[in-house]
Design a protein around this ligand. Structure first.
Ligand SMILES: [Zn+2]
Length: 428
């Protein structure tokens, strides 16, 4: 079996330890051996890659991916894309994410039902380049909730499937599972983007929330939800949702409940889109004033920061991933969420990277073989130009991502270190 040996590298192994010098041997699609310090691995028979001191770490996992998003300013305009173009766009985004070092994506909803399913299948069959992908349903939502863009006199679809009442919810969930989703996504609360069903309101009643849970649990798929309101988080916990997104308005008592279930659940605040909508979307008409006075977003952002500082202290698994794919948060810039974890929520860089690697592997349901640089684990590895624990923004520039390996194969072959070369040149 083909062997690749990375020498002269710093290893960030995914456990949260700072990088240490060493060597990594890949055989086939798995990591065969990891050597630390001056310990050397035999070179015979291996293709040797001199890392020039760059950092090797597990491929990143995006925990709230929407690769069907088109970098448009509204969800409604994403509904206008015909399925044929939308499939191509999804395939392009999948490749872009892998280019940027994301070797796994956990979807938080597909804009149309079969886009992610089809792209996932083609990736798995080796017909398209892309990350490992957990494909989700569209946002399953009640009339008037986040994603319902219809008017009384005119039908319009955006990124949702409308289902009202437990009978419809059950049917839609069963249909999506029949089509092949890995994850059912339910919008339990509203959002500030939805004038008549805001973030702190519930869009679903308990019997509907329970109906989705009953189907997902009985068929063995992931169950994720959009839950900004405190009551939405409680409903999600009560009915066994395993991926609870946002949680912005969780109270102290609700955080206690989250902590009690921390071995079973995953959270992702999805800070990226909200942060950029607050402060960086002026060119699209959302000035900081609109974000504040009309959308009430900065108050939500402050609540998110309060909640996730506490979530961090309690050791609850919260992962980077932030609704990227809007005009002001274009696809491929997803690694900015790691910076948000550090700047907004008080994570150490090594904690944020651990969340995006080790915990990412666990979110993918592959914690015993994905997300660590460890013998026996799948060889999903990236190499970056510098120490991301010193500079968490490194991942945001594709030039710093020197190599991407997925399942033991190079998606992007190793490049020489540019920064180091620049520094050497400057010193001449
Ligand atoms: Zn989302």
């Amino acid at each position: 079996m083909a062997q690749t040996l990375f020498t002269n590298v710093e290893i960030f192994d995914g456990t949260g330890k700072k990088p240490y010098p060493g060597e990594v041997l890949v055989q086939g699609n798995r990591i065969k051996r990891v050597a630390k310090g001056s310990d050397q691995i035999a070179r015979e028979g291996a293709r040797v890659i001199d890392g020039q001191g760059a950092t090797v770490l597990p491929g990143l996992v995006e925990a709230h991916a929407h690769i069907t998003y088109s970098d448009a300013p509204t969800l409604k305009s994403m509904g206008d894309i015909p399925p044929e173009e939308h499939t191509l766009l999804t395939a392009r985004n999948a490749k872009l994410m892998l280019d940027m070092g994301f070797t796994s994506l956990f979807s938080a909803a597909s804009a149309k039902p079969r886009l992610e399913i089809a792209v996932r299948n083609w990736i798995n069959e080796g017909k398209l380049p892309g990350p490992r992908l957990k494909a989700a349903s569209p946002e399953i939502v009640a009339t008037g909730g986040l994603g319902d863009e219809r008017q009384l006199h005119m039908y319009h679809t955006s990124i949702e499937i409308i289902a009202d009442g437990p009978i419809e919810v059950r049917r839609v969930c069963r249909e999506m599972i029949r089509e092949g989703v890995d994850t059912i996504k339910v919008n339990i609360s509203g959002d500030n983007f939805t004038a008549t069903c805001r973030a702190e309101m519930l869009s679903y009643a308990e019997d509907e929330i329970a109906a989705a849970a009953e189907v997902a649990h009985s068929r063995g798929v992931n169950l994720a939800c959009h839950a900004r309101a405190d009551a939405a988080v409680r409903m999600a916990l009560k009915h066994g949702y395993n991926v609870i997104y946002h949680c912005d308005f969780a109270t102290e008592e609700t955080i206690d409940l989250l902590e009690a279930k921390k071995k079973e659940i995953f959270l992702a605040p999805a800070a990226g889109a909200i942060y950029a909508t607050c402060y960086e979307a002026g060119d699209w008409g959302i000035t900081p004033e609109v974000a504040d006075k009309v959308m009430d977003l900065p108050r939500k952002m402050e609540n998110t920061a309060r909640v996730y500082r506490e979530i961090r202290k309690r050791g609850i698994r919260a992962l980077p991933g932030g609704d990227y794919g809007f005009a002001w948060t274009p696809m491929g810039t997803n690694a900015r969420d790691l910076e948000h974890f550090v700047n907004l929520f008080g994570y150490e860089p090594q904690e944020a990277i651990m969340a995006a690697t080790k915990w990412g592997g666990e979110l993918m349901g592959m914690g015993d073989e994905l997300g660590l640089v460890k013998a026996g684990y799948l060889a999903d590895l990236i190499m970056v130009d510098g120490d991301p624990c010193q500079d968490i923004t490194l991942f945001q520039d594709q030039q710093n991502i020197l190599m991407v390996m997925k399942n033991g194969e190079f998606h992007r072959a190793p490049q020489p270190r540019r920064r180091a070369a620049r520094r050497a040149k400057a010193a001449e």
